[in-house]
Design a protein around this ligand. Structure first.
Ligand SMILES: C[S@@+](CC[C@H](N)C(=O)[O-])C[C@H]1O[C@@H](n2cnc3c(N)ncnc32)[C@H](O)[C@@H]1O
Length: 241
C-alpha cells in the first residue's frame, strides 16, 4: 500500500484515533485560548478530523470550511455540526492538495495533526501560507523531531512497527523547519503552547480524564505554559504581516 493510502486507512478507523480524545479537548481549548474573543469571517480547518476542534469554536467564525480525506471523519464532523445546529459550514471530503479554493482567502486556518502524516511538508506549508489573507492567522501543530521526548516516542513507535502493529512511520519535522518556513513567508509567531500528547506505552493505564488532568497540571495552558521546555508538541499561532 502507498503511504498516503496507509494514512487514510488508519484514519478511517476513528475509534483508534479517538482513544486520544483528551488531546482533542486540549487542542480545542488551545485554539480558544489563542483566538481569545476575536471574530473571523472565513475559517478553514484542514485537516479537520471529526471537526470538533473548530466546531466547538464556531461562534467566533462566520463561515467555516472543513476538509479531510477520511470519509468516516467527515461523517462524524457532519453529525456533530448537525447536533450543534451549526450554520454556514461546508465539508470537503478529499485530499488537501486536491482542494481548489481558487481566489478564496481565509482569515484563519487551523491545521493540527498533519505535518507528521502529509507527503510533502514544504508544499503543504506553502499552500496554507498562500491561502491566508494579510493580517490573517494560522494555528498549526508540530511534534518537534529534535526533542528528546519525541525521540523516545519514535523508539516506541519503531518497536510497534517492527511488531507489525503500525504500518507507516511518522514524518520527522524539526521546529526549525516550521519556524523558518513561516518567517520566510512573512509570518510572525504570536503564541506558542508546548506539551506532550503521548503517554508512550502507558496510555492504556490512564483514562482520558486522568490524562487530561495530568497534562494540564504539568503543562498549564496558553499564557501560562509550565515546563514548556519538556514539551515536544508545539501549537503555534502565526500571523501574516
Ligand atoms: C491526527 S488527525 C488530526 C485531525 C484534527 N485536526 C485533530 O487535531 O483532531 C490527521 C487527519 O488528517 C487527515 N489527513 C491526512 N492526510 C491527509 C490528506 N493528504 N488530505 C486530507 N486529509 C488528510 C486524516 O484523515 C486525519 O483525519
Amino acid at each position: 500500500m502507498k503511504r498516503k493510502e496507509e494514512v487514510k486507512h488508519f484514519f478511517e478507523q476513528t475509534d483508534i484515533y479517538f482513544n486520544f480524545d483528551y488531546n482533542i479537548k486540549i487542542r480545542t481549548e488551545t485554539v480558544a485560548e489563542m483566538i481569545v474573543d476575536e471574530q473571523f469571517d472565513n475559517v478553514l480547518d484542514m485537516p479537520c478530523g471529526n471537526g470538533v476542534i473548530s466546531l466547538k469554536n464556531k461562534k467566533q467564525f462566520e463561515k467555516l470550511t472543513l476538509v479531510d480525506f477520511s470519509e468516516s471523519m467527515i461523517a462524524l464532523a457532519k453529525k456533530y455540526a448537525e447536533q450543534e445546529n451549526a450554520n454556514n459550514i461546508s465539508f470537503t471530503c478529499g485530499d488537501i492538495f486536491d482542494t481548489n479554493f481558487q481566489d478564496e482567502e481565509f482569515d484563519l486556518i487551523i491545521s493540527l495533526g498533519i505535518l507528521a502524516h502529509i507527503d510533502d511538508i514544504d508544499k503543504f506549508l506553502n499552500y496554507i501560507q498562500s491561502k491566508v489573507k494579510k493580517g490573517g492567522s494560522i494555528i498549526i501543530q508540530n511534534t518537534n523531531s529534535d526533542h528528546f521526548y519525541s525521540k523516545l516516542i519514535r523508539l516506541y513507535l519503531g518497536v510497534r512497527k517492527l511488531l507489525g502493529k503500525d504500518k507507516y512511520s511518522l514524518n520527522k519535522v524539526p521546529t526549525s523547519l516550521v519556524e523558518n518556513s513561516f518567517k520566510k513567508a512573512g509570518f510572525t509567531c504570536q503564541k506558542v503552547f508546548r506539551y506532550n500528547q503521548s503517554f508512550i506505552g502507558f496510555s492504556k493505564l490512564f483514562s482520558n480524564t486522568k490524562k487530561y488532568k495530568l497534562t494540564r497540571k504539568w503543562f498549564g495552558k496558553v499564557g501560562n505554559n509550565k515546563n514548556a521546555s519538556l514539551g515536544s508538541d508545539y501549537i503555534y499561532l502565526f500571523k501574516k504581516d
